[in-house]
Design a protein. Structure first.
Length: 212
């Protein structure tokens, strides 16, 4: 069974550089003129307009890809990311036209059993009139070693942590009803290669009791 999404608990740095200004004071011997410099003075410091500023990062930092992942592990991670993007867009109401919810984008990243389970959950949430704003950030993307299921499907489990701090939950009137005690949620995405679809697809999402 698909677990509830960590974004929706109600429904179920480096220092900036500054330019330095140098003033060279040359004092000659008494009664003798200052010598003429043989070359123009050079200053190794950038002017204010040339200085490069690196603001300190704010908010959760997204997990990066590893050079050690296999091609299939990378494919599994990317479908998990796309799964979350589409899932979240539905919760934001972006695929709703009138009373019709378009779940077809979700079918591109999920197997039929995952689509059916998730669609029931999404409809229950959307029927309350609630909506999501913003998008969660994966702070952990950890694909496990590839295995093969009993029926011969290649399978990879991707452990994730999703930080929900950049999202808010609004009720039907637009009132912010986001709980204050939210924290990052850990989930395992089971991703399989379905030969009939010629694609890696999410077949199961479940909560795991680990600290993010």
């Amino acid at each position: 069974m698909t677990s509830h999404h960590p974004l929706l608990p109600l429904a179920l740095k480096p220092l900036a550089l500054t330019a330095a200004v140098l003033s060279l004071l040359l004092t000659g011997c008494a009664g003798q003129p200052d010598p003429e410099p043989s070359d123009p003075a050079t200053f190794p410091f950038p002017s204010a307009s040339e200085a490069t500023f690196s603001p300190t990062p704010t908010g959760p930092q997204p997990a990066g890809y590893s050079q050690y992942w296999t091609e299939n592990q990378l494919a599994a991670v990317q479908v998990v990311e796309r799964h979350n993007e589409i899932y979240t867009s539905i919760f934001r109401g972006e695929t709703i036209q009138g009373d019709v919810i378009d779940f077809s984008p979700f079918q591109q990243v999920a197997a039929e059993v995952e689509v059916e389970e998730t669609e029931r959950y999404l409809r229950d949430f959307l029927s309350t009139g609630q909506r999501l704003t913003g998008e969660g950030v994966f702070t952990l993307l950890d694909p496990r070693s590839e295995t093969v299921t009993a029926d011969g499907r290649p399978q990879i489990v991707v452990r994730t942590c999703l930080d929900p701090s950049q999202t808010r939950i609004l009720d039907s009137s637009g009132q912010d009803i986001t709980p204050e005690n939210r924290s990052s949620g850990a989930q395992d995405y089971t991703v399989q290669y379905l030969s009939d679809r010629q694609a890696w697809l999410v077949v199961l999402v479940r909560d795991v009791d680990v600290t993010c």
